[in-house]
Write a new protein. Structure first.
Length: 155
């Protein structure tokens, strides 16, 4: 390889890596207008209070598209970058015992809210950024209400 081509190759690689970093667009969390929803207060709920709430689903659809779709996919259909959130509570849907199913749903709600608020890291790598302080409780639960409308049928 000619030594004069090395700077050109290095510049090309740097540009390609930079383009990849911006491939998902602006990843700054976007504000969510939750003024149309009932206020939930400062203490986080253990379960989604907006389940099947039409107004919350509408807010959650917008909030998801603004803050989640770039990693989890449009309409919650994952492109493989991040988990497919349509399958988040499939295990619960297959349970026949109503009490066990309710406990499972509560556990998934808690897992979802905690993950959105605190984020997820593994071996020092950030797999999901924390949204606490950026998305309020109403926004988080409205996103969950939207995702429940996108649920993939459990097998």
């Amino acid at each position: 390889m000619l030594t004069s081509s090395r700077p050109l190759i290095a510049a090309f690689l740097a540009a390609a890596l930079q383009a990849g970093a911006f491939a998902h667009g602006d990843v700054t969390p976007q504000a969510v207008d939750t003024s149309s929803l009932p206020k939930l207060g400062d203490d986080w709920r253990g379960e989604n209070p907006f389940r099947k709430h039409e107004g919350a689903i509408k807010v959650g659809t917008s909030a998801y598209n603004q803050n989640c779709a770039r990693c989890h996919g449009l309409e919650a259909v994952s492109g493989g970058i991040a988990p497919d959130l349509r399958k988040l509570d499939n295990e619960c849907a297959t349970l026949k015992d109503a009490r066990k199913q309710a406990m499972c749903v509560k556990e998934i709600d808690d897992y979802f809210a905690t993950t959105v608020r605190k984020g997820r890291t593994r071996n020092g790598a950030v797999y999901m950024p924390p949204f606490e302080g950026m998305l309020n409780q109403e926004a988080v639960w409205s996103i969950k209400a939207y995702l429940e409308t996108r649920r993939e049928k459990a097998f």
